[in-house]
Design a protein around this ligand. Structure first.
Ligand code: ZN
Length: 245
């Protein structure tokens, strides 16, 4: 975790500090070494959020892009009292979940059902096969041109040949980052890829973007379920030339 409570306020890890887990209230120790991103660790094994998993520095670095008050927010379902820690929750109510390890579809759906208005940031570097697939993205997609204007959007008929299959069925926007823990140096040349949920013109819509570009959209609250739907609708309304893939 990146935050713990010290005297009731959320705090970054400080050398030698002891805090409390905001979720399970157990004691946490600050880990402020020179190699890993500074973080808090539960002092003893505890029953924390069952959805929580050990974090890579890649995961922590993503969370650290956002203000402290947005990180590790506890969300409670008012009907069932189920509660979980969201990696990031924006003021506008968008949950950002950063995911390195494999998630079974049933697990993924449980989280999507709980958070609803959410964005996934997925480690695209985790599997060899996924790292290789994405390099063909330009050949396997059509750039969307609107009048004289080249948009940042692309349509593909071959989403399963480009993106990790596990994530294609997600009803939330999914952003793939190929610079995760298993990446090699060439991955630095790859943008992030934001895959829009569901089909448009029987194809899949995606948007290559920089890390800064994604952060700007989230920080300025321009990315949420309704903006995603309106972009999809705009593309659906475009007449599509017959020569395009
Ligand atoms: Zn805990």
């Amino acid at each position: 975790m990146l935050t713990a409570d010290i005297n009731g306020s959320r705090s970054r890890p400080l050398p030698g500090a002891i805090g409390r887990c905001p979720f399970c209230q157990s004691e946490m120790i600050a880990r402020c070494g020179e190699v890993r991103v500074h973080h808090w660790a539960h002092k003893s094994k505890s029953d924390c959020d069952p959805w929580w998993e050990p974090e890579t520095d890649w995961h922590r670095n993503w969370k650290n892009e956002f203000p402290l008050r947005w990180q590790e927010r506890i969300l409670v379902d008012q009907t069932t009292n189920e509660k979980h820690i969201a990696d990031v929750l924006t003021l506008a109510g968008l949950t950002v979940e950063v995911q390195h390890s494999h998630l079974e579809p049933v697990e993924r759906r449980a989280r999507e059902g709980f958070y609803k208005n959410m964005l996934w940031i997925i480690d695209g570097s985790r599997l060899d096969g996924n790292r290789k697939k994405i390099w063909g993205w330009e050949a396997a997609s059509a750039h969307i041109v609107h009048g004289q204007h080249r948009t940042n959007l692309y349509l593909t008929e071959k989403a399963e040949e480009l993106f990790p299959r596990d994530w294609l069925e997600s009803p939330a926007p999914v952003c793939f980052d190929y610079t995760g823990p298993n990446s090699d140096l060439t991955a630095a040349q790859l943008p992030l890829f934001l895959l829009y949920p569901g089909p448009v013109h029987s194809r899949r819509l995606f948007e290559p973007m920089s890390r800064d570009g994604l952060l700007r959209s989230i920080l300025s609250e321009k990315l949420d379920t309704s903006s995603i739907n309106s972009i999809k609708q705009n593309v659906a309304n475009l007449r599509f030339g017959s020569g395009r893939r």
